[in-house]
Design a binder for this molecule. Structure first.
Ligand code: NI
Length: 169
């Protein structure tokens, strides 16, 4: 197992629509082990494969720090099958350090996908788990928290990041 480098905005892989996993191979098992270790080391409550440079539909989520009924979740090809309610809350992202954004998400979701053995599973989540699942699925579609900000805030953020990048060069 290894801690992988977490890709940061504006790296291109974060903007791509990740590919569906057709068959789960040994390399995926290694990738998942590394993603889990990387998530815990960050520390974070979720990680999507594009964040470590792999454009495939794989997420890991563990919100047990704030929800003791929760445990580690590994999902291939996750899809939101059912949703209910809306709730707004602050969110951050390991790929966009230093930014928190108030984002409206579904209050409850039911997400289907495959576990690491390739069995079909369905996860029902509310609270932090619901939010984390939606956040990680966003990553698989190339959507970052920046894309969920209002237009003016987003333009302001992009300008500021550009200025910071210029200062570094
Ligand atoms: Ni994120």
């Amino acid at each position: 197992m290894a801690v992988l480098e977490i890709k940061k905005y504006p790296e291109v892989v974060l903007k791509e629509k990740a590919l569906t996993v057709g068959s789960i191979e040994d390399r995926h098992q290694r990738l998942i082990d590394d993603m889990i270790e990387t998530m815990y080391a960050a520390p974070g409550i979720g990680l999507a494969a594009p964040q470590v440079g792999v454009s495939e539909r794989i997420i890991v989520v563990d919100v047990s720090k704030t929800d003791e009924t929760a445990s580690l979740i590994v999902l291939f090809n996750p899809e939101i099958k059912d949703k209910e309610g809306r709730i707004e809350s602050e969110e951050g992202c390991l790929s966009v350090p230093g930014l928190t954004v108030k984002i409206s998400r579904f209050e409850k979701v039911a997400v289907t996908g495959l576990d690491r053995e390739g069995r079909g599973i369905e996860i029902e989540g509310e609270g932090m788990l619901s939010r984390a699942l939606q956040h990680e699925i966003d990553h698989l579609n190339g959507t970052l928290i920046i894309d969920r900000m209002g237009f003016l805030k987003r333009e302001f953020f992009k300008k500021r990041r550009k200025k910071e990048a210029m200062r570094r060069d």
